[in-house]
Design a binder for this molecule. Structure first.
Ligand SMILES: [Zn+2]
Ligand SMILES: [Zn+2]
Length: 499
């Protein structure tokens, strides 16, 4: 028989919570009496057993209860089409204090009826409230007591009076993962995430966890809920944007050795690699491509190796040589260019006209080491002053390079590429012009090399801009600056600060 007092289920409220809420409404604080009198097994209810019957007994809408209740199955907990492995689900006591405060419409004692737990707070990969962006709490950060929010206003700790609303912390910009998950579960607005939207939510969850685990610091311990949440957030950040961030993240991984073999590959790229193998298909294509492109650019393939449905082979030389001749590049630079243009496979077959045009453009826009040295024309001490300023990030290993060589290559190439100026060339300077060295001196006092290095940093960050360059010579020292602009900077004491 339906129970006399009805408590309509709220959006996202699991059946076990609707039951507890009703019990509290009836003055049965721990729910034991109500469960006994109705013959309800609360432990089973937590696992989604008997939801329909509970709905019937309590006069609740069975449909909305089932929509929000995880049900125990052989493989894990299921909610509609979404299955979470058992270890990813735990009806913890975590709650969002701002949500509860809003539910109860302020700190009103009589509002016990409306505060409720959301079903996604039970997911271990959820760390924050998708609406408020603040942390979910399961204990008072002030005294550590469990939160007694059900029978009293949720805002203040019942033991020490700590303001839990303030203790939940500020809204974080990284609650994007939680918002996405809740949207996919149908309890919030849909947030698009290109790669993940193409997969079932079950796969999307395991995907962000696998990406997060592969790219998080190795020292992280294996299985605490905090680690799960951090991994999900990291993984979502890397695949949520369509794959660009993932490519950059993979680029930052340093292979344990430049030479590729299956064992080393696993050590570096599992569990993402394992996940991809278990999830073939179109939806995972962008992730697969990002991983393959990382492997091609960071490792030396010395013998054939099957990977994710492709065979990585030592470079097929003929096409590559022909392509190199057409573009006027030596093989090392060509390889780097192909990877840069995302056309690693083009070197193994005939290039299409469109691909060739892209490569041409890339050649136009890039520089090689000798060219970089020529473009920069800087003395060694200025270069080492630049290195000391940490202006340039490290780049992945390339075949045959020593560590020091790698740094020099990246520094030179990036610097030269950044300092290509689209400014008119002039035959001689006028009184309005200031040379690079004059400008460096005007802006800073120090050794000549450090002045130059600092001026280059300001150039890179666009704080100063050249107005012309001399038509003889190479490098930043041929740049000319507008005298008045530099003097204004100098006089106004608006010297660009050191970073
Ligand atoms: Zn909230
Ligand atoms: Zn407290």
């Amino acid at each position: 028989m339906p129970h006399a007092i009805r408590v309509p289920p709220r959006p996202g409220e699991p059946a076990y919570e609707a039951f507890e809420r009703l019990a509290a409404r009836l003055g049965d604080a721990d729910g034991d009496r109500l469960a006994r009198s109705l013959g309800i097994d609360r432990k089973a209810l937590r696992h989604g057993v008997g939801v329909d019957r509970v709905g019937e007994l309590l006069g609740l809408e069975a449909r909305s209860l089932t929509d929000a209740t995880f049900v125990r199955e052989a493989r894990g907990m299921r909610l509609g089409g979404f299955v979470v492995p058992f270890r990813g689900w735990a009806p913890s006591k975590r709650v969002c204090i701002p949500c509860l405060v809003q539910d109860s419409n302020g700190d009103d004692d009589a509002a016990t009826l409306w505060k409720y737990r959301r079903t996604w707070w039970d997911l271990r990969a959820v760390d924050r409230c998708e609406r408020h962006g603040c942390a979910l709490l399961d204990a008072c950060p002030g005294c550590g007591s469990p939160l007694a929010w059900r029978d009293r206003p949720p805002r203040l700790c019942s033991s020490c009076g700590h303001d839990l609303l303030a203790a939940s912390g500020a809204s974080a910009p990284d609650a994007g993962w939680e918002a996405y998950l809740v949207g996919r579960l149908g309890f919030g607005p849909a947030r698009p995430a290109a790669i993940l939207d193409a997969m079932p939510l079950t796969d999307a969850l395991s995907c962000v966890l696998a990406v997060g685990e592969t790219l998080s610091p190795r020292s992280a311990s294996r299985s605490s809920p905090q680690v799960d949440r951090a991994r999900a957030t990291l993984g979502f950040g890397l695949v949520g944007d369509g794959g660009r961030a993932l490519r950059a993240g993979l680029l930052g991984l340093e292979p344990p050795s430049p030479h590729l073999d299956g064992r080393r590959l696993r050590r570096l790229l599992d569990p993402l690699l394992g996940w991809l193998e278990a999830h073939p298909g179109d939806a995972t294509g962008p992730i697969r491509d990002a991983l393959l492109s990382h492997v091609r650019s960071a490792w030396v393939v010395s013998r054939e190796l099957p990977l994710l449905g492709e065979t990585l082979a030592p470079v097929v030389q003929e096409h590559r040589l022909a392509l190199g001749r057409r573009l006027g590049l030596d093989p090392t630079i060509l390889d780097r260019l192909l990877r840069h243009a995302g056309l690693a496979a083009a070197g193994e077959r005939e290039c299409s006209a469109e691909e060739f045009a892209r490569l041409r453009d890339a050649v136009e826009a890039s520089v090689s080491v000798p060219e970089a040295r020529r473009i920069l024309d800087l003395d060694t001490r200025t270069l080492s002053a630049l290195a000391g300023m940490d202006i340039l990030p490290r780049v992945p290993w390339a075949e045959g390079e020593a560590t020091r060589g790698r740094f020099v290559r990246s520094a030179l190439e990036r610097l030269a590429a950044s300092l290509r100026y689209d400014v008119p060339t002039v035959g001689r300077r006028t009184a309005d012009h200031m040379t690079f060295d004059d400008a460096s001196r005007a802006l800073r006092r120090g050794s000549r090399h450090h002045d130059r290095a600092r001026a280059i940093r300001h150039l890179l960050s666009d704080r100063i801009r050249p107005c012309a360059r001399l038509d003889r010579g190479q490098g930043p020292t041929t740049l000319l600056f507008d005298r008045r602009t530099i003097e204004v900077l100098q006089d106004a004491d608006m010297q660009p600060p050191d970073l």
